[in-house]
Design a protein. Structure first.
Length: 208
């Protein structure tokens, strides 16, 4: 059985973190282990966190996913010990969590966890960004782009060098045929070049 560890301090089941964990674990032999990081360990805060996690557990259970959880205060030693006790895991995924100043001073950060643990450690923002880039790249129809690119090359490499000759023989003859030819060529050039430049921003990731 694979195990994914989630570290968060919100634990909203509709969050990107939990929804990603749901999709990654559903219909697979994967267990989710949750770490709820709280600012303090007062009774009220702990009870509130545990209530939230019970709701998350019920939601995962309804999807057929094993879920266990642990509430940890801003204690660097307790945090690291709990992480060590829960190893090995296949992936540590960090969501909306802000480590306390004390934890940061004691070397607890995303980068520190990456250096300490042997499994992959990443953030939900990084995964979301990777998926967005993949979707962005997938949106480029390479066959269409190559076709338009070839058309543009022909226009600028073959057609334009012949423009003087074509003006003398067709475009500037002052007749109906010349006028129609100008309209057709103008539309064709605008269509080919316009579609080429429309795809270029996606290719170079300049599109907003």
């Amino acid at each position: 059985m694979k195990k994914i560890m989630l570290i968060d301090d919100k634990w909203d089941f509709n969050s990107l973190l939990l929804q990603y964990a749901l999709k990654a674990s559903k219909n697979t032999d994967t267990e989710i282990v949750g770490i709820f990081v709280i600012d303090d360990r007062t009774k009220g805060t702990i009870e509130k966190a545990e209530t939230t996690l019970r709701g998350v557990r019920q939601a995962f259970t309804s999807e057929g996913i094993n879920f266990s959880s642990h509430v940890i205060g801003a204690d660097p030693g307790a945090f690291l010990k709990r992480i060590d006790d829960l190893m090995p895991v296949s992936l540590v995924l960090i969501g909306d969590v802000k480590f306390s100043e004390e934890m940061v001073k004691r070397g607890i950060s995303i980068e520190a966890l990456r250096g300490k643990l042997t499994c992959p450690v990443t953030t939900i923002e990084a995964i979301a960004g990777a998926h967005a880039e993949k979707k962005h790249a997938a949106g480029i129809n390479w066959g269409t782009f190559i076709m338009y690119l070839i058309g543009s090359i022909i226009i600028y490499g073959v057609f334009y060098p012949m423009i003087k000759s074509l003006n003398a023989t067709i475009f500037m003859k002052g007749n109906v045929l010349g006028a129609i030819a100008i309209i057709v060529v103008a539309v064709l050039v605008a269509w080919v070049w316009g579609n080429t430049t429309h795809i270029l921003p996606k290719l170079f990731k300049l599109e907003k």
